[in-house]
Design a protein around this ligand. Structure first.
Ligand SMILES: [Zn+2]
Length: 477
């Protein structure tokens, strides 16, 4: 059954291992030591197209930011794993003015994970294909705020429409993209005036001030799974921020600084589902464009659209039986990713022998048509088969290319037996895709060469093997 893995395991683990160990004196503050607490990770989306990542440990009401020396905002990889909010971690470092500077200089091996820690996550256990159940309710409190010098351009009615009620709201997008497994509902309150100017960058203080106002107005924050703070553009240089997963506070947090973009609400709350960014990788120049995948709200932040295949899988919306990991060359049928019915294969995964970006060792193949809210995709992306590069447990995803009927993706370049994906045909619901270069060539029967070719050709003509098999077999000799 659909189930959220939520608060209790984490709190249990936290209580079992005790509170954050802080130095008892000023002298001790210079001493390298182990700190322990509930991890918070916040992804910040820059107006300039760059992303930053911020970390903190929570100990009750106290919050201790941490980072490597000279590397504030740079991502960490703790113990080889993706770091998400809600796990209990220990870090080794020095406390400097209530911030922890990590001892590790050029790697993250000093991030230690107690084995009892269980991440808090909004990732869901997917339903079996074709099964139906009541959607999981994501109650959300949206708090609007005005700075001393700038008022919000959107009304509560506007924000309610963008987040909850419009046909192309973030909530509508979650309902459709999750095949009905996620339902957002909630309250929009404010705007509340806070005693900060827009020229500042204290988004945590702004959140505290808005939270206090909402509590004074009778709202209990822990009644919600998501708290969204909506404020005018400001001195942070960000369009918004979001916590990856939910953390010590018991809810995922998001900040929206462009109040009229439904896609931004879907993006920042997407981080609460532990989705990272939908990037694009250009192989010719080895350049990564952080927000370069316009087929996913984790790349585009304007209008809503379905999340890309690896992110939908990461969120737990695609059942395992709808994902085929290809280990043999052949022809595969691929149902459109947007389909309202979760039966059939929606995603092909193919091992990537030469990952280009970190641990992105899988190609993810999916078919998008422009159905439903994917009408917001540009025509360029409609009725195409997409190749993404990501790990088997995706964090950041990388769009590589998209294929029309008859087009082929082949990699690595120059290989005598590259991984190949060719779109054979499509009808707006299903695409047939030929995959080659995955399985080793079949052993050919020990026949004289002319007879071998005749037998091979007959097998192909009889439909026993795709033509690409004959081609691969011939080249392997
Ligand atoms: Zn982001």
């Amino acid at each position: 059954m659909l189930k959220l893995r939520l608060l209790l395991p984490v709190l249990g683990a936290f209580l079992a291992i005790g509170p954050l160990a802080l130095p008892a004196s000023a002298d001790a503050a210079d001493t390298e030591q182990i700190f322990r607490g509930i991890l918070e990770v916040i992804l910040a989306d820059g107006e300039d197209g760059t992303s930053r990542t911020f970390y903190a440990l929570h100990d009750g009401d106290a919050r201790y930011p941490f980072h490597r020396s000279g590397a504030l905002g740079e991502p960490l990889v703790g113990a080889g794993a993706e770091l998400v909010s809600g796990v209990v971690v220990e870090v080794r470092g020095v406390l400097v003015r209530e911030e922890i500077v990590l001892a590790a200089v050029d790697d993250d091996t000093d991030l230690l994970f107690p084995t009892s820690a269980v991440p808090q996550s909004l990732t869901e256990s997917p339903l079996p294909a074709g099964a139906t159940a009541a959607p999981e309710l994501h109650s959300t409190l949206v708090i609007l705020g005005d700075f001393t010098d700038v008022s919000l351009a959107c009304t509560t009615t506007d924000v309610d429409a963008f987040m909850f009620t419009n046909p192309d709201s973030a909530a509508a997008n979650y309902g459709e993209a999750s095949f009905g497994q996620v339902a957002f509902e909630g309250d929009v309150v404010g705007p509340f005036a806070i005693s900060y100017a827009s020229t500042g960058a204290s988004y945590l203080s702004w959140a505290s001030a808005l939270a206090t106002e909402a509590q004074n107005a009778g709202y209990t924050l822990t009644d919600y799974l998501h708290i969204i703070y909506v404020l005018p553009p400001n001195g942070t240089g960000y369009t918004g921020l979001g916590t990856t997963g939910i953390g010590a506070l018991g809810y995922g947090s998001a900040w929206i600084f462009r109040c009229d973009r439904p896609g931004l609400y879907a993006h920042e709350t997407g981080h609460n589902f532990t989705m990272s960014h939908a990037s694009r990788y250009f192989i010719d120049t080895a350049i990564v464009w952080t927000y370069g995948d316009q087929t996913c709200p984790m790349g585009s932040q304007l209008d809503v659209r379905h999340y890309n295949a690896p992110h939908k899988y990461k969120a737990g919306w695609i059942p395992e039986e709808s994902v085929t990991t290809v280990t043999n060359d052949g022809l595969y049928l691929l149902h459109r990713l947007e389909d309202e019915n979760a039966s059939g294969v929606h995603v092909l995964r193919i091992a990537n022998p030469e990952p280009h970006i970190g641990s992105s060792d899988m190609y993810w193949v999916s078919y998008r048509t422009g159905w439903g809210l994917d009408a917001n995709l540009s025509a360029t992306y409609q009725n195409k088969v997409f190749i993404h590069e990501a790990s088997a447990t995706p964090s950041t995803t990388y769009l590589r290319t998209w294929l029309d009927t008859g087009e082929t993706f082949a990699e690595p370049a120059g290989s005598i037996s590259p991984v190949q994906v060719q779109v054979i045909e499509q009808d707006g619901t299903v695409a047939s895709v030929l995959v080659a270069g995955v399985s080793p060539p079949l052993d050919m029967p020990a026949l004289p060469t002319p007879a071998l070719w005749i037998v091979s050709l007959l097998l192909v003509l009889a439909g026993r093997y795709p033509a690409i098999w004959l081609w691969n077999s011939a080249r392997s000799k």
